[in-house]
Design a protein around this ligand. Structure first.
Ligand code: HH2
Length: 281
């Protein structure tokens, strides 16, 4: 059976995101970057105006809207099949984004930050991604403890799925994400990836976000976020093999190629990209 999956390209319109803060704060730069990611093969653009890196300070609604609003507005008519996802926990930001053309709400608090967000998603028929996080970004990496990280993440995601459905969100609109790096040690992240397939019984498509995260640097001994591409690829390949279906990454083109080869190998089918012009035997 062919494997189907989607690539979610990250567009951070922030001054302080951990790997690309400040690069796309200007809306024209963010739009140009987003269009590049689409060229590279992104199926979804995840646009965020607030960093959730460990220690990050919260951003006001006004500032977040001022960052993401013009970018979504500038992209909405350019994208065809590509979906815009708004990476926010705030009702007013999501409202604006959905009005301007976004169709996914990616909430790292899984509707705990603002429970009314669930009603908005229900009323608008948007898709949503509900993610696990232990604690909150400012303090989440201060000694996170689990008895069994996979079991606890799974129970949490099940509860948030039930909450969303209870608020009127159609179950088929919901994606779930174990929240790699959100209140987790290196060992917790690795265990979640190793046992990723245990989350499949939740019955919803799974999102995975390892891109450039610090545990990859801890494992390879490097210093800069930009030296984490190999680790990003390794973990995304593994997650595809273990059943993930949406891959949230900064570096779309190389991950696209790695996943295409992995999917062809696992699924036993392949299509040559650019066949006719570049296909070789
Ligand atoms: N990771 C980040 C932000 N949002 N959303 C989901 N669903 N899953 C993730 O793993 C995830 C996420 C952190 O990455 P990034 O956006 O690059 O950094 P920052 O939060 O510093 O802007």
């Amino acid at each position: 059976m062919p494997l189907t999956y989607r690539l979610m390209g990250v567009v951070n319109v922030t001054p302080d995101s951990f790997s690309d803060g400040g690069r796309f704060l200007d809306s024209d730069a963010a739009i140009a970057h987003a269009l590049e990611l689409v060229e590279e093969g992104a199926d979804i653009l995840d646009i965020g105006g607030e960093s959730t890196r460990p220690g990050a300070e919260p951003v006001s609604v006004e500032d977040e809207i001022a960052r993401v609003g013009p970018v979504i507005e500038g992209l909405a008519d350019e994208l065809g099949e590509v979906q815009i996802s708004i990476d926010t926990s705030k009702l007013a930001v999501a409202e604006l984004a959905l009005r301007e053309g976004a169709s996914i709400v990616n909430d790292v608090t899984a509707f705990r930050g603002d429970p009314l967000l669930a009603g908005l998603v229900a009323d608008t028929g948007a898709d949503c991604c509900l993610m696990h996080m232990l604690g909150e970004p400012r303090t989440m990496q201060q000694d996170p403890v689990y008895e069994d990280v996979v079991d606890e993440v799974k129970v949490f995601l099940e509860q948030r799925l039930r909450f969303a459905v209870g608020e009127g969100v159609a179950e088929e609109k919901i994606f779930l994400d174990p929240g790699i790096g959100f209140g987790k040690t290196v060992a917790h992240n690795l265990e979640l990836l190793r046992r990723f397939d245990e989350l499949l019984s939740l019955g919803r498509p799974l999102v995975v976000g390892t891109s450039r995260k610090s545990f990859l640097g801890r494992l390879t001994g490097e210093r800069s976020e930009h030296e984490r591409l190999a680790g990003t690829i390794a973990t995304n390949v593994l997650a595809l093999e273990r059943g993930a279906s949406v891959f949230r990454v900064h570096d779309v083109a190389p991950v696209r190629d790695a996943l295409a080869v992995t999917a062809a190998t696992l699924g036993g089918r392949w299509t040559a990209r650019g066949a006719g012009t570049t296909a070789r035997t």
